[in-house]
Ligand binder design. Structure first.
Ligand SMILES: Nc1ncnc2c1ncn2[C@@H]1O[C@H](COP(=O)(O)OP(=O)(O)OP(=O)(O)O)[C@@H](O)[C@H]1O
Ligand SMILES: [Mg+2]
Length: 679
C-alpha cells in the first residue's frame, strides 16, 4: 500500500512538474503572442462568441484613444466614437466591422473614421472575419485596422494639387485655344495672300485669301509647293524674294505680275526663326496692288494731261490774241466789200481759214479747260438722242446701234459740248468698226458713288450721284500702249487727213471741266468701252435755253473800251462805232481808272480786257463797281480760268466775252448788258 502511495505521489509530482512546465510554456507563448500583437502597426481587435471584446492590441488602443493603464473591456467603447467613411455619420452598431465579422461576414477594406474623445481622429481601413475552433464552433471574430490617415492626407493634397494643376492646364488651354483662334481669325481676315512655307517652298499654312484667290479648299494647300500652286510652275519663280531670303536670312520684297490672274502683287518674304535662332520657315505675303497701280497710272496720266493742258492753253491764249484782230478786221472788211465781187469771195476764204484756226484754238482751250463755258442745267438724254439720230443717218447700215438712254437726271453741261462728246466717241467707234462692221452701244444710267469708294479716293471724284454715259464698240480695240496715249492732244493712229488726234483730248477736257471722269477699257480684237462719269444734279430745274441772236443789235450809249493791246482796242472801237455807240478807247487800265474815278457817270458801259499790267480787268471792274454799284461792265478775255460767267455775275459784272472777239458776240453782249442795266 505504502509502495502504491509512493508510486502515486511520484506520478503526481511528475504530472505536476509536467503541468508547471506546460504552464510556463503556455505563458511564454502568450507573452510572445501578446508581444507580436502589440508590435504590429495595424490595430487588431477581437471579441468572443458573445461579442465581448477580448483583444485590443496596442495599435488599436492608440487608434481608439484608450489610456495606457489597463481597462476592463466593457469600458473600452466609452473612449471613442466611430463614423462612416464620410467622417460625419455615426456608425450603426450592426455596421461596426467587428460585429459584422461576428455575424459571419468576411469584410475587406471598409473605410471608417475613429474619433477618440482624447486625441486625433484617424481614418482606418478595416478587414475582418469570424473565428472558429478546430471543431467548427464559433470562437468570436477578429478585425485588423490599417491606419490610412496620412495616406489619405497625402492623397488629398495630391488630389488638390492635381485639381489645381488641371484647372491651370484647362485655363491655359482655353487661353491658348483663344489666342490660336484669334491668331487664325487675324490670319484669315488679312486681305493679302499669306502663307507660311518651309525652306523648300512647301506650304505649311495658308490664309483664307490664299484659298479664295486660287480656289483651293482648306487644307489642300498643305505640303504643296508655293510655285506649283501660285504659278503652275515646276521650280521657284524667277525673281521670287524667297530665293533672296534663303541666301541671307533677311526680308526681301518685289513686285510680281501674275499674267493668269491679271494682277500685280507686292510680294514679301520674311524668315521665321525658331527658339534656337535657326531659320526654319518663311512668311510669304502677296499683296494685290493691281488697283493701286492702275490708280497710280491714272494719276500720273492726269498730271501729264494737266501739264500738257497748261502748255497748250498758254500757246492757244497767245494765238487767240493774234487771231482776234485778224478775224475782226477780216469781218469788217467783208462787210464793206460789194456782194458778188472777187475780193469779197477771197475775203470770205480768209474768214473761213481764220475761223478754222479759231475752232482749233477753241478745241485746245477746251482740252486745257480754259474755255469754261457757262454751264446750263440740261437733261442729257435729249441731247444724246438727238446726236444719235444724226449719227444713225450718217453711219453705214453695217454698223448696228444699240441704245438705252432713259431720262435719268440732269447735269450741268454745255449742250454743244455734250453733243461733241457723243460725236467724237461714236466717230472713233465707227472708225474702229468700219472694216468689219459691228455694234455701237450707247447707254446712260445713274450710279451713286459712296465715300470710301476707290474711285473717290484715287480719281478726285466727289461722292454723290453720277450719270454714266457709256459708248462701246466691237471694233479692233487698242494696244495697252495706245490706250495710255489716246487723250494726248494730236495723238492719232489714223492716216493723215483722217484724224487730227484732238477728238479724245477735247472730250477729256470737257469731262474734267464738268467735275467728271472718263474711263476706257479696250481689248485688242474685241472692242472698246468708254465710260464717262458726269455729276448728276438732283433738282429738277428746267434748263435755261440760250437765246439765239440772229442780227447785230445796235445802240447809241457811251462805252469805254480798255485793252492793253492797241490793235484789239482799235478793232473793238470800230466794231462798236459801226453799231452806233459812242466809244472811248484806252490801252492803259490805270488811265481808265483815273477817268472813271473823275467821272463815274460818264459811261453807260465799260468793256475791259482781263489780263493787263498794273490794274487787271477784274480789279478795274471791282473798283468801278464799288464807286458805282449800278454800273455795267463786260469782261473780255481769252483766259477764263480765273473767273467764269457765274462768279463774274456775283461781282456785278454783266457780261463775259471770250477772245477772239467777233462783232456778233460783242454786239450781243454789249446790248444785253445795257438792256439789263436799264431794266
Ligand atoms: N473706239 C476706239 N477703238 C479703237 N481705237 C480708238 C477708239 N477711240 C480712239 N481710238 C484711238 O485713239 C486715237 C485718238 O483718238 P482721237 O479721237 O483723240 O483722235 P482721232 O480720232 O485719231 O482724230 P480726231 O478725233 O481728232 O479726228 C485714235 O487715233 C485711235 O487710235
Ligand atoms: Mg476721234
Amino acid at each position: 500500500m505504502e509502495g502504491m502511495v509512493e508510486e502515486r505521489t511520484a506520478e503526481l509530482r511528475l504530472e505536476f512538474e509536467e503541468r508547471r512546465k506546460l504552464d510556463k510554456e503556455l505563458q511564454k507563448k502568450k507573452e510572445v503572442l501578446s508581444a507580436v500583437l502589440n508590435n504590429i502597426a495595424d490595430g487588431i481587435v477581437a471579441c468572443n462568441h458573445e461579442g465581448v471584446l477580448t483583444v485590443f492590441n496596442r495599435a488599436a488602443e492608440k487608434f481608439h484613444g484608450l489610456p495606457h493603464e489597463h481597462l476592463p473591456a466593457d469600458e473600452w467603447a466609452k473612449h471613442y466614437d466611430l463614423y462612416n467613411e464620410d467622417g460625419k455619420t455615426p456608425m450603426a452598431m450592426d455596421a461596426i466591422p467587428l460585429f459584422r465579422a461576428l455575424h459571419g461576414e468576411h469584410i475587406h477594406n471598409i473605410e471608417m473614421v475613429i474619433a477618440p474623445k482624447k486625441g486625433k481622429q484617424r481614418r482606418l481601413l478595416a478587414s475582418g472575419q469570424p473565428l472558429f475552433d478546430s471543431q467548427g464552433s464559433k470562437l468570436g471574430a477578429v478585425v485588423s485596422m490599417h491606419d490610412i490617415t496620412e495616406q489619405r492626407k497625402i492623397e488629398l493634397s495630391l488630389r488638390n494639387a492635381h485639381e489645381k494643376l488641371e484647372q491651370k492646364v484647362e485655363k491655359r488651354t482655353i487661353e491658348l485655344k483663344k489666342s490660336k483662334e484669334e491668331w487664325e481669325k487675324t490670319f484669315d481676315a488679312m486681305n493679302d495672300i499669306i502663307t507660311i512655307q518651309d525652306k523648300d517652298f512647301r506650304i505649311i499654312k495658308a490664309n483664307k485669301m490664299a484659298h479664295q484667290t486660287f480656289q483651293i479648299k482648306p487644307g489642300e494647300f498643305n505640303g504643296k509647293y508655293c510655285y506649283e500652286v501660285f504659278r503652275g510652275s515646276k521650280q521657284p519663280c524667277q525673281g521670287c524674294p524667297v530665293l533672296e531670303s534663303l541666301k541671307n536670312d533677311d526680308t526681301h520684297a518685289t513686285e510680281i505680275v501674275h499674267e493668269n490672274l491679271g494682277k500685280i502683287f507686292h510680294v514679301t518674304s520674311s524668315p521665321i526663326f525658331n527658339e534656337n535662332g535657326q531659320f526654319t520657315q518663311l512668311l510669304h505675303i502677296a499683296k494685290d496692288i493691281t488697283e493701286q497701280k492702275k490708280m497710280e497710272k491714272e494719276l500720273l496720266h492726269a498730271h501729264k494731261m494737266e501739264a500738257i493742258g497748261t502748255l497748250a492753253g498758254g500757246i492757244a491764249h497767245d494765238f487767240n490774241n493774234i487771231l482776234t484782230p485778224i478775224l475782226g478786221y477780216a469781218d469788217m472788211i467783208l462787210e464793206k466789200l460789194p456782194e458778188g465781187s472777187q475780193l469779197r469771195e477771197d475775203q470770205q476764204q480768209v474768214l473761213i481759214a481764220g475761223n478754222r484756226a479759231k475752232d482749233l484754238v477753241k478745241q485746245i482751250l477746251t482740252f486745257s479747260r480754259q474755255s469754261k463755258k457757262e454751264l446750263l442745267l440740261i437733261q442729257p438724254d435729249i441731247i444724246i438722242k438727238e446726236a444719235l439720230k444724226f449719227l444713225r443717218a450718217s453711219l453705214p447700215t453695217f454698223i448696228e446701234i444699240n441704245t438705252s438712254i432713259p431720262k435719268c437726271g440732269m447735269i450741268h453741261a454745255d449742250p454743244t459740248q455734250l453733243h461733241q462728246i457723243i460725236m467724237n466717241l461714236c466717230t472713233n467707234s465707227y472708225h474702229a468698226m468700219r472694216e468689219s462692221g459691228g455694234v455701237l452701244g450707247v447707254t446712260l444710267a445713274p450710279v451713286t458713288i459712296e465715300k470710301g469708294d476707290l474711285r473717290v479716293e484715287n480719281l478726285d471724284l466727289t461722292p454723290g450721284t453720277y450719270l454714266i454715259l457709256e459708248v462701246s464698240d466691237t471694233g479692233h480695240g487698242m494696244h495697252k500702249k495706245t490706250v495710255e496715249m489716246i487723250f494726248d492732244p494730236y495723238f492719232t493712229t489714223k492716216k493723215e487727213g483722217e484724224g487730227t488726234g484732238m477728238g479724245l483730248s477735247v472730250v477729256h477736257g470737257i469731262v474734267k471741266s464738268y467735275g467728271g471722269h472718263i474711263f476706257v477699257y479696250s481689248e485688242l480684237g474685241k472692242g472698246t468701252i468708254f465710260k464717262i462719269y458726269l455729276p448728276c444734279i438732283a433738282s429738277e430745274e428746267t434748263s435755261a435755253q440760250s437765246k439765239i441772236v440772229s442780227s447785230y443789235p445796235r445802240g447809241d450809249e457811251k462805252i469805254l473800251i480798255v485793252d492793253d493791246e492797241e490793235v484789239i482796242v482799235q478793232m473793238e472801237r470800230q466794231m462798236l462805232e459801226s453799231l452806233g455807240y459812242k466809244v472811248t478807247a484806252l490801252t492803259s487800265s490805270k488811265e481808265a481808272w483815273d477817268v472813271l474815278q473823275k467821272q463815274p457817270e460818264s459811261f453807260d458801259l465799260v468793256v475791259t480786257d482781263m489780263t493787263m499790267p498794273n490794274i487787271t480787268g477784274i480789279e478795274l471792274a471791282q473798283r468801278y463797281l464799288s464807286l458805282r454799284p449800278d454800273a455795267s461792265v463786260i469782261l473780255c478775255t481769252g483766259f477764263s480760268e480765273l473767273i467764269n460767267g457765274e462768279s463774274s455775275k456775283k461781282l456785278g459784272i454783266r457780261g463775259f466775252i471770250m477772245k477772239p472777239v467777233l462783232k456778233k458776240d460783242l454786239a450781243t453782249a454789249v446790248r444785253k448788258a445795257l438792256d439789263e442795266q436799264e431794266s
